[in-house]
Design a protein around this ligand. Structure first.
Ligand SMILES: *Cc1c(COP(=O)(O)O)cnc(C)c1O
Length: 387
C-alpha cells in the first residue's frame, strides 16, 4: 500500500518518524564506516568510538555512567532482559516475587506471565481512575521474597506519569530492586536514575524519532543480572552480538537533539486539543490532566460511539490515530489499561488515543478538532444509544 499524499500522523505513541538529522548521522555507518566495533583495526576503532560516544550521550541524559548502559534491540528486549535476568540470577535465593502494575506494556505483562510458569510469584498492582499506583499498596505488597518492583514511567495509552521518586524511596527503604519502562517518557519528562533510586531503566529509540530495532537497558553499577544472549561477550558480557552501530548512533542523535522546548510545544497543543474536545457533550478524558500526563498523549472516551468508527473516519480524512496500543490492537482484545482505570466495556470501545509529536502544528490540531466534531455529530445521529 502506498501512503496518500497528505497524512496527519497522530499515532506517535506507536512509533515516530526518524528525524532527518538522525538519518544523516546513521548513513555513514551503513557505507564507509561499516566496521565491526570489535575489530582491532582502524575501521573497528572508528565504529567503537561511535558506539562509546553514543553510550556516553545516553548515560548523561539519565544521570548514569557510561558503563551502566547496555544496548539492546529495543524496549521489548530490555524489559525481557531485566525481568528474566534478575529472576534467573536470584531464583535460588528465595527471591521469586516480582511486583508490577496492571497498566504495563504487554512485553512486561507477558514476560511476567511466562515467569509465573517458571515459578515466579507476581503481584499486579491496581491503579486509581487516573492510572496512578497507590504507594501504600506497593509498600504492603513488598515482602522478604520480593526481588524487583517494575513500574511503567509514562503510560503508552493514557499518558499517566508515575511518581518514580516516591516509588524509588520505598524500594530503597525495603532493599528491593527498582525497574522502570521509560520508553514513552524518555526525553518527554526528566529521568534521573540517582534521584529516583533506579536500578534498571528500559529505553528505546523509535519512540523518540530514532530508528526501530534499537534500545538500551540501564543497569546500576554493581547490580548482578544473568545475560540474555550468550556469545562473544559484547556489551560487558551481558548482551552478546555484533552491535547495531548505525542504529545506536541514530539513537544517541535522537537523544542529543531533543529539547525542553519540544515538551512545552507538545504540552500546549495537547492541552488545547483536550480542552476543545471535552467541550463536546458526553466526552471524558482517560488519564490525568496537566503535568502528570505525557506531553504528547491525548486519550478520549466518546461515550456512545465506536472508537473504531471514529478512527476509520479520521483515516479517510488523512488523520491517523489509534484505538488502544499498537501492540495489543492486533489481538482485538479491549484495552487492559482502560479496564484497570475502571472504564466499562462501552467506554473502552468508544475511546481513541491521539499521540502528537514535536512536528505537530497548531493548524493540524485545529484540523483534527474540526474533523472530530464533524464525525461525532454524524455518528451520534446514527447511534441507537442516546446520551
Ligand atoms: C513501544 C514500547 C515498548 C516496546 O518497545 P519496542 O522497542 O517496540 O520493542 C515497551 N514499553 C513501552 C511503554 C512502549 O511504549
Amino acid at each position: 500500500m502506498v501512503l496518500k499524499k497528505k497524512q496527519i500522523y497522530m499515532d506517535n505513541a506507536a512509533t515516530t518518524q526518524v528525524d532527518k538529522e538522525v538519518l544523516k548521522s546513521m548513513l555513514p555507518f551503513f557505507s564507509k564506516n561499516f566496521g565491526n566495533a570489535s575489530s582491532q583495526h582502524s575501521f573497528g576503532l572508528c565504529a567503537k568510538r561511535a558506539l562509546e560516544d553514543s553510550r556516553e550521550i545516553i548515560a548523561n541524559s539519565i544521570n548514569a555512567k557510561k558503563e551502566e548502559i547496555i544496548f539492546t534491540s529495543g524496549g521489548t528486549e530490555s524489559n525481557n532482559f531485566v525481568l528474566k535476568g534478575l529472576f534467573f540470577k536470584h531464583k535460588n535465593k528465595g527471591k521469586k516475587h516480582i511486583i508490577t502494575s496492571k497498566i504495563e506494556h504487554d512485553c512486561i505483562l507477558n514476560t511476567c506471565k511466562w515467569l509465573e510458569e517458571q515459578g515466579a510469584k507476581i503481584t499486579y498492582l491496581d491503579v486509581d481512575e487516573e492510572g496512578f499506583i497507590d504507594i501504600r499498596s506497593l509498600e504492603e505488597a513488598i515482602s522478604s521474597e520480593t526481588l524487583v518492583v517494575s513500574i511503567i514511567h509514562g503510560n503508552n495509552e493514557i499518558g499517566t506519569i508515575q511518581d518514580l521518586e516516591k516509588i524509588g524511596e520505598i524500594c530503597r527503604e525495603k532493599g528491593v530492586y527498582f525497574h522502570t519502562d521509560a520508553c514513552q517518557s524518555y526525553t518527554k519528562t526528566k529521568i534521573d536514575v540517582k534521584k529516583m533510586n533506579l536500578d534498571f531503566v528500559t529505553l528505546n529509540a523509535h519512540k523518540i524519532h530514532g530508528p526501530k530495532g534499537v534500545g538500551a537497558l540501564y543497569i546500576k553499577e554493581g547490580v548482578k543480572i544473568d545475560p540474555l544472549l550468550h556469545g562473544g561477550g559484547h556489551e560487558f558480557k551481558l548482551r552478546s552480538g555484533t552491535e547495531n552501530v548505525a542504529g545506536i548512533v541514530g539513537f544517541a542523535k535522537a537523544v542529543a537533539i531533543s529539547k525542553d522546548y519540544h515538551i512545552e510545544h507538545m504540552s500546549k497543543l495537547r492541552d488545547n486539543l483536550i480542552r476543545e474536545i471535552l467541550k463536546i457533550s458526553g466526552t471524558k478524558i482517560n488519564g490525568p490532566l496537566g503535568e502528570k500526563r505525557l506531553c504528547n498523549n491525548i486519550n478520549i472516551c466518546f461515550g456512545n460511539i465506536e472508537g473504531e468508527a471514529i478512527k476509520e473516519f479520521l483515516d479517510s480524512y488523512g488523520v491517523l490515530v489509534s484505538t488502544g496500543s499498537a501492540c495489543s490492537s492486533h489481538s482485538l482484545e479491549s484495552s487492559h489499561v482502560l479496564k484497570a482505570i475502571g472504564r466499562d466495556p462501552l467506554e473502552i470501545n468508544s475511546s481513541i488515543r491521539i499521540s502528537i509529536s514535536r512536528f505537530t502544528t497548531k493548524e493540524e490540531i485545529d484540523y483534527v478538532l474540526r474533523i472530530i466534531t464533524k464525525v461525532v455529530e454524524k455518528l451520534r445521529k446514527i447511534s441507537p444509544i442516546k446520551i
